[in-house]
Design a protein around this ligand. Sequence first.
Ligand code: DGL
Length: 283
Amino acid sequence: MSTLATSNPSRPDQPIGVFDSGIGGLTVVRAIKDALPKEDIFYLGDTARLPYGNKDRTTIERYSLEIAGLLSVEGAKLIVVACNTASALALPRLQEVFRIPIIGVIESGARAAAAATKEKRIGIIGTRATVASGAYERAIRAVDPAIAVLSQPCPLLVPLIEEGMFEHPVTLEMLHHYLDPLIAEGIDTLVLGCTHYPLLKKAITEVAGDDIKLVDSAENCAAQVQQLLTEAQLENSAERPGNLQVALTDSSNPFFKTADQALELNINRVQTRIVQGVTLAAL
Ligand code: DGL
């Protein structure tokens, strides 16, 4: 059973903890590294239990608590839930349990989309769980209730991405299958509501055309991390580039290299972490 750290005597030299169900959250790591080059980052991908996107709330909450617990043991000063599914379904529970700041990716994506749409018609693509949660609709309507939000679950995209089939004809065909109905509804902005999807940006633009603005949470989330660290006086001021450590919960990682190369992160070593159970009743 893992021990959850409940006190927060965080220091600026501690790492930022980032997690996702798999490799998708590395798109958020890329953005954090660009915005905050001096920060150390500890990334944890729960590849042993990917995908989260077709599981129920109880399971997603439990997995997220366990992974956040591991990041807390690694000394994270702040945790970024770089997974839309976990952000949509588990963020309130995580924020209730842990005392270190925990931020998700939905808020930042929703705000960016609301700022981008001219016609007030936004499309959302995400996993089944993210779309079913209605989290993006709520977050966008909180900014502007007049915006029409059209959502489309895309359960087959994550496996295609994890296989590195970023521009494969099968991927383009699947994108047509998922996006054509949204395009026909006249959306002018499309939220990539899954941290895996930025790896498909080129293919999505090919299918959706240049007139539809693509919004992903990564950059906005990185800006939110920066603001939070500044406010909490937890920015790392070390005079050297930050160090990125990556750990996965399953040691076979056939998809990892693809993402590493696509995002130019130059990760040379991947660690393995074993997930230990957390008894929710004990929290
Ligand atoms: N990267 C996850 C997300 O942002 C999706 C992958 C999964 O289904 O676990 O929702």
